[in-house]
Ligand binder design. Structure first.
Ligand SMILES: C[S@@+](CC[C@H](N)C(=O)[O-])C[C@H]1O[C@@H](n2cnc3c(N)ncnc32)[C@H](O)[C@@H]1O
Length: 204
């Protein structure tokens, strides 16, 4: 089985498909309301598994920064770097698995859309949690959006783990206080829908 930690696997997907991918969101489809729900209006942000998403550019336009883009695919990040020249914000790129992420500072907002569900074993869950704790501090907000129990069973040829809001909150554990949870449909560029579970939490 292909591992989600294979950077070349994801490089190929990004190089072959560009923005023509099921998870793509245009500017008007971005879930910026989730950021508003954190109550945080400025400061540093990491986008986990950012791909070539325009999320960080949208955050820059709202005055957030510095911005940190993580992805296991260096190809995706080099494309994202070109896109980010259009906005005026300090942006730094970290081409490693989220499970090994070590940012130069702890950030105000940790944002993960459609990445955590690719981690399907407990060792990876533990490593993700360690990375989350290492790169945030008391008061930081966490936004995690994964496939819900009604969402797809695979994505990009990889198995995924689907999460209910309660299980996602339990994963975050006692160090986090849940602020909001949602079940939300994403409409793919070709009109299909995918159900997501979203949890927004604050680190205690
Ligand atoms: C479904 S896409 C979502 C991209 C972006 N977050 C969005 O919402 O448009 C998943 C992304 O996660 C990246 N990825 C997969 N496994 C990863 C890992 N272990 N660590 C960091 N990024 C990963 C992929 O290269 C891809 O860009």
């Amino acid at each position: 089985m292909v591992s989600t930690h294979s950077s070349s696997y994801w490089d190929d997907i990004h190089q072959d498909k560009g923005h023509d991918v099921s998870w793509w969101q245009d500017e008007n489809a971005l879930w910026m309301d989730l950021v508003e729900e954190t109550g945080i209006a400025s400061g540093s942000v990491v986008d986990i598994g950012a791909g070539t998403s325009i999320f960080l550019a949208a955050m820059a336009r709202r005055g957030f920064g510095p911005l940190y883009a993580n992805d296991i695919s260096a190809s995706a990040l080099s494309e994202l770097k070109k896109q980010m020249t259009e906005v005026d914000a300090d942006t730094y790129f970290f081409p490693v698995s989220v499970t090994e992420l070590e940012l130069p500072e702890q950030v105000e907002i940790w944002h993960d859309r459609a990445v955590f569900h690719f981690l399907t074993d407990s060792a990876d869950h533990a490593a993700y949690h360690r990375a989350l704790l290492k790169n945030t501090y008391a008061g930081s907000a966490v936004i995690i959006a994964t496939f819900s129990p009604n969402g797809p069973e695979t994505c990009s040829g990889l198995p995924v783990q689907r999460w209910s809001p309660e299980d996602l909150e339990a994963f975050l554990g006692d160090q986090f206080a849940s602020l909001a949870k949602h079940t939300r449909l994403h409409t793919t560029p070709w009109g299909a829908t995918q159900e997501f579970t979203i949890v927004i939490a604050k680190r205690k």
